[in-house]
Design a protein around this ligand. Structure first.
Ligand code: DPP
Ligand code: ZN
Length: 844
């Protein structure tokens, strides 16, 4: 397969003024007629006319009305064209019913829908399928299905057809079409300038009752973007459609967002608190794309972080505003460290703006999205909130309607604030997680912090340059008083010293407050100091992180030497847990142990080979110890966390349930599941029901409840995904692969549905000791199913194959088994480009 390079970018040879499309829908033989106004691009370097096209049957082509015979390959079409502007027409036939890749136009449970990002439009018709070609679209859909939707505003419709017009020029990846037997949940929103916008969430009949929350989230997002970023919606209509079969979470098509049903449908009985929060964030994310992604799009796919990093940053701000910033920052840091740091430390490490790819779908990664968002957070911290706003205003004013680049983005900050960002820009080009080493000394009232930075080599990047790293620091005296308030240090050299004068004694430092940069901190603080910070730090992030570091230390000692947990940790934890002045959501974060995967990473960082079984036993032992240690407080705390009244997914109630269910899990280790059984029986919402079931499964019980759950929810696909996943994630390590294998034989297991596939195999990955069982059964099972899935759905196959990306961390026996599994996948005949690229990179 061919590698595409950023450095080879060339402007398009032709631009498009407008596009007219007619769809004559039929499951196996849909006709697509296109009429496109092209003109030569004055900025082009060549004049070759090339249109992308894949899996299309070409029926007819014409230029300026005259039929022509173009040259057609597997990848597209070329022909000679007249000088100056011309009209290109084509008629093609496609087969949506046979399209299981869920890319292009496909069918899901009888409904037609599209997914065109990144390069799916070329499976619909011949077109310059690149984001720097923007055009207005007029679409006519012919079908007997009752609901026919496309981008923009409705123009006209009657029995059997509908016409749509999108006045905003857009790249083809934002095109969307939906046709189906759908019902809507309608609402409306009046924008800040007084425009009335009709809002709809379209679902399959039966799901109407699961739309209200998503609709509220949409209205909150629209309001928030007006208030915080000054961004107003720009069409008369905003449609969201829920689709069962979808590779991603959701897609920001102009005026017609298409959502994975799991990312929009929710009711108290069927969705957990975590689902509600995720739905609110994804609705916001896709809505925010209307400005950061659609009005201003990307010049090419290397610039993906331009829209994704910024839009993730915006949805994080939104969630913080809606639900509280401290816990949001903690949640984001947990996810970043667990998944993005993992990616950045392994064979798949790549810059936030990659320099090459084979298949762009493989670069919708934690690095592009989440590290991309962290870069924007650092920029905001460095220039300050006021200048950040100035820069964003300039970005929208200067680039509205553009297909822009990271250089454009940084230039806006330089022009608005005067700051030179030449060095800062390395964050976009340099892969790997920087390590910041901190050493300190105190004498005669002066405290010195010696900071140094280094970034390890990553594939293709042996040498790294120093970055601009904002490190937020506060100093506490030994009484717990803050003697230096949060101060932002800018580390720009390989090593630098920062001095604090006029102190009356050696302070205790709180470093990297609010997780001010996506770096690994190497600052050996004593458990005494960490316990002190857990008790006294005024920065909620570092207060939590001190507890986290203590817990990780305890776990490492338990794995290595079977040591008993440090009293500093147990006492500190108990104190926070019992302190009602902290909100329950925060206390739940403090109680949450690092994951087994986190402990494996900590061991690797300390130069040791992780043994997943030993880690599992240490985690189980610590949980039991915590349960015993906190025994006297647990029933009271559990009772205190009772939420009365009708279920609401708000932050306060969510926090209480979150702490209550963490306590329930501990209580179950001592009471044989008595309380969990009671909670299961009493539960009137999915959060309580599922947490009770999980607590029971984790202690080897819950089989009757599991059966009852299946009977109760067998007709709800989203709830059944939970049923599939929970059994695997809660299985004892030895049984995880067998449990997953048995579930793949269940009649409701569906290889064509990515949610179901991920429910089983995502859970298998998350069961660290189970996946890495020394028998290799987990590896073999996953490889078998990836090989089966690849011809059906390459995108999801490639994505899930990343479960193997840590293979080089392990002992020779596990390494050999994982390498064998990867090689078996790689050797599969006709393996997709997606999976080939991924597996090749993982093998290194
Ligand atoms: N739909 C995906 C997202 O919003 C890709 N753009 O991130
Ligand atoms: Zn996005």
């Amino acid at each position: 397969p061919q590698t595409i390079y950023l450095r080879d970018y060339a402007p398009p040879a032709f631009l498009i003024d407008d596009v007219q499309l007619t769809f004559k829908l039929a499951p196996s033989a849909t006709r697509v007629l296109s009429r496109i106004h092209f003109r030569p691009n004055p900025d082009a370097k060549d004049s070759v006319f090339f249109l992308h096209g894949e899996n299309l049957t070409l029926i007819r082509t014409a230029i300026n009305g005259n039929t022509i015979t173009p040259e057609v390959t597997d990848e597209g079409l070329t022909c000679t064209v007249p000088d100056g502007p011309f009209v290109f027409e084509a008629e093609v036939e496609i087969d949506p019913a046979a399209n299981t890749s869920l890319d292009g136009l496909y069918m899901s449970n009888g409904m037609y829908c599209t997914q065109c990002e990144a390069e799916g439009f070329r499976k619909i018709t011949y077109y310059p399928d690149r984001p720097d070609v923007m055009a207005t679209f007029k679409v006519r859909i012919e079908s007997e299905l009752p609901v026919l939707l496309s981008n923009g505003n409705p123009v006209a419709q009657d029995d059997g057809w509908a016409e749509w017009s999108d006045p905003w020029p857009k790249p083809a990846y934002l095109f969307a079409l939906v046709a189906g037997d759908l019902v809507n949940h309608p609402d409306s929103f009046t924008t800040m300038s007084g425009r009335d916008v009709a809002l709809n969430i379209w679902v399959r009949p039966g799901d109407e009752g699961k739309c209200a929350f998503g609709m509220e989230a949409l209205k909150k997002s629209m309001k928030w973007d007006e208030e915080v970023y000054g961004r107003e919606y720009d069409l008369d209509l905003f449609n969201i459609v829920a689709v069962d079969d979808f590779n991603m979470g959701a897609m920001e098509n102009k005026g017609l967002n298409i959502f994975n049903a799991a990312a929009v449908l929710a009711s108290p009985e069927t969705a957990t608190d975590a689902n509600f929060e995720r739905i609110e964030a994804i609705i916001a994310h896709e809505y925010f794309h209307n400005w950061t992604g659609n009005r201003i799009t990307c010049r090419d796919w290397f610039q993906l972080c331009l829209k994704e990093g910024l839009t993730v940053f915006r949805d994080q701000q939104f969630t913080g505003d809606m639900r509280g910033h401290a816990v949001k920052r903690i949640d984001d840091a947990i996810a970043l460290r667990a998944h993005q740091f993992r990616e950045d430390a392994g064979p798949l490490a790549h810059p936030v703006r990659p320099e090459s790819f084979v298949e762009i779908n493989n670069f919708y990664t934690m690095t592009v999205y989440e590290k991309g968002a962290e870069i924007i957070g650092m920029l905001r911290r460095l220039v300050g909130a006021g200048d950040y706003k100035k820069a964003l205003d300039l970005y929208f004013a200067r680039h509205d309607g553009d297909a822009a680049t990271i250089e454009d983005w940084l230039a806006v900050f330089t022009d608005a604030t005067g700051r030179d960002l030449t060095q800062f820009a390395r964050w976009y080009s340099q892969a790997g997680t920087p390590k910041v080493t901190v050493r300190d000394e105190y004498s005669n009232g002066t405290y010195r912090l010696h900071l140094s930075q280094s970034t390890p080599p990553t594939p293709g990047q042996p040498h790294k340059e120093p970055l601009v790293i904002p490190i937020a620091v506060g100093l506490l005296d030994e009484g717990g008083t803050e003697v230096v308030k949060t101060t932002l240090l800018e580390l720009t050299e390989a090593a630098e010293t920062f001095t604090f004068d006029d102190l009356s004694g050696k302070p205790i430092a709180s470093i990297q407050r609010d997780f001010s940069a996506p770096v690994i901190l190497d600052y050996p603080q004593s458990n005494k100091d960490l316990a002190f910070l857990l008790a006294h730090d005024t920065d909620p992030f570092n207060k939590w992180d001190a507890g986290r570091r203590l817990a990780q230390d305890v776990l490492l000692r338990m794995v290595r030497d079977d040591a008993a947990p440090d009293a500093a940790y147990l006492d500190g934890l108990a104190t926070v847990l019992r302190d009602d002045s902290y909100d329950p959501a925060f206390r739940a974060c403090v109680l949450l142990l690092p994951s087994e995967e986190d402990t494996a990473t900590a061991l690797v960082d300390a130069g040791q080979t992780p043994d997943p079984m030993a880690i599992y036993h240490a985690h189980e032992a610590l949980k039991l110890l915590l349960a015993q240690q906190l025994q006297d407080s647990l029933p009271r705390l559990y009772a205190d966390m009772t939420v009365t009244g009708a279920y609401s997914p708000d932050a306060v109630a969510t926090g209480k349930r979150s702490l209550g269910n963490a306590i329930l899990s501990l209580m179950s280790k001592l009471d044989g599941g008595k309380q969990a059984s009671a909670q299961y029986t009493d539960a009137d919402n999915m959060t309580q029901q599922l947490a009770a079931l999980a607590a029971l499964l984790k202690i080897g019980k819950g089989q009757p409840e599991l059966a009852a759950f299946e009977t109760q929810w067998q007709n709800d696909r989203l709830v059944m995904d939970k049923w599939f996943g929970l059994q695997v994630s809660c299985a004892a390590p030895r049984l995880a692969a067998t449990t997953a294998a048995n579930l793949t034989a269940h009649p409701a297991f569906d290889l064509k549905n990515p949610n179901r596939f991920r429910a089983v195999f995502g859970a298998l990955k998350s069961n660290t000791a189970g996946f890495h069982d020394p028998s290799g059964a987990g590896y073999d099972l996953l490889a078998d199913w990836l090989i089966k899935l690849d011809p059906i759905n390459p995108q999801t196959t490639a994505r899930v194959s990343t479960s193997f990306d840590t293979w080089k961390r392990y002992d020779p026996d596990r390494q050999a088994k994982m390498r064998g599994a990867l090689q078996r996948i790689a050797a599969t005949p006709h393996l997709s480009r997606d999976t080939t690229e991924m597996v090749t990179r993982i093998l290194g």
